[in-house]
Design a protein around this ligand. Sequence first.
Ligand code: NAP
Length: 250
Amino acid sequence: MNSNKIAVITGASRGIGADTAKLFARKGYAVCINDVSNDVAAESVKDEILQDGGHCITVKADVSVASEVKRLFETVDRELGCLSVLVNNAAILKTQCRLDEISEERFDRVLKANVMSCFLCCKEAVKRMSAKYNGTGGTIVNVSSGAARSGSPNEYIDYAASKGAVDTLTRGLSLEVAAEGIRGNGVRPGFIYTDMHASGGEPNRVDRLKEKIPMQRGGQPGEVAEAIYWLASDNSSYATGTFIDLTGGL
Ligand code: NAP
């Protein structure tokens, strides 16, 4: 495939990543659907895209591990072609608790899954997109969280801190490569209906908290996907180093 619209979306088997992959495919992108373990979910996203006439591949890879990230991008080079968009969406969170109950092992795991993954994938993308490496440019969108601003007290400070790091990485990298044809931006979702809240031990968290949201409702993954697409597309051609908050006003 030689389309110049090629997108890697990490963590695209479920939730926000899955809706983002489907949206990019509808917009004519050849999409790489990455996930770490849920083959059934990834294949179902793939089937839906193929049935709609889109083009995509699935690549299972743990994006917190350098060798797996390398294999992921090499597969895309070989099977899709020249990368134009990277969406760093994969992330995890663990059971709600206070900071003094978080183990060092968990803290390490969350930072690796949420921050190291972003760093490793950005590195591979810059090497392919940057004019410094004879690339033709591209865009990177990092999925952060409103937690980067709230700090998530009594829930998951480790997760919130990881998203603060993602914001700083996004800002620094976007300025570093701004003159090399790469734009980098972030989105900060708030309370979105996905499986992620079950990982925190409270599947119905969004409904419990929705009255505290000025718009009085949780968000849908597709509403986040639209913002990611806008930041990746030429429609946002003068935006770099910036963030869109998708938090219903919080
Ligand atoms: P989700 O439904 O839990 O899905 C997470 C996705 O990430 C899955 O596809 C999962 O793959 C993948 N993943 C996790 N660790 C990975 C790894 N090491 N390597 C590769 N893939 C990995 O999550 P979501 O709610 O859609 O969240 C997507 C993004 O939005 C995350 O960055 C999250 O922090 C952010 N966000 C979400 C909310 C919310 O309310 N949902 C709010 C703010 C920010 P498997 O299916 O294989 O497990």
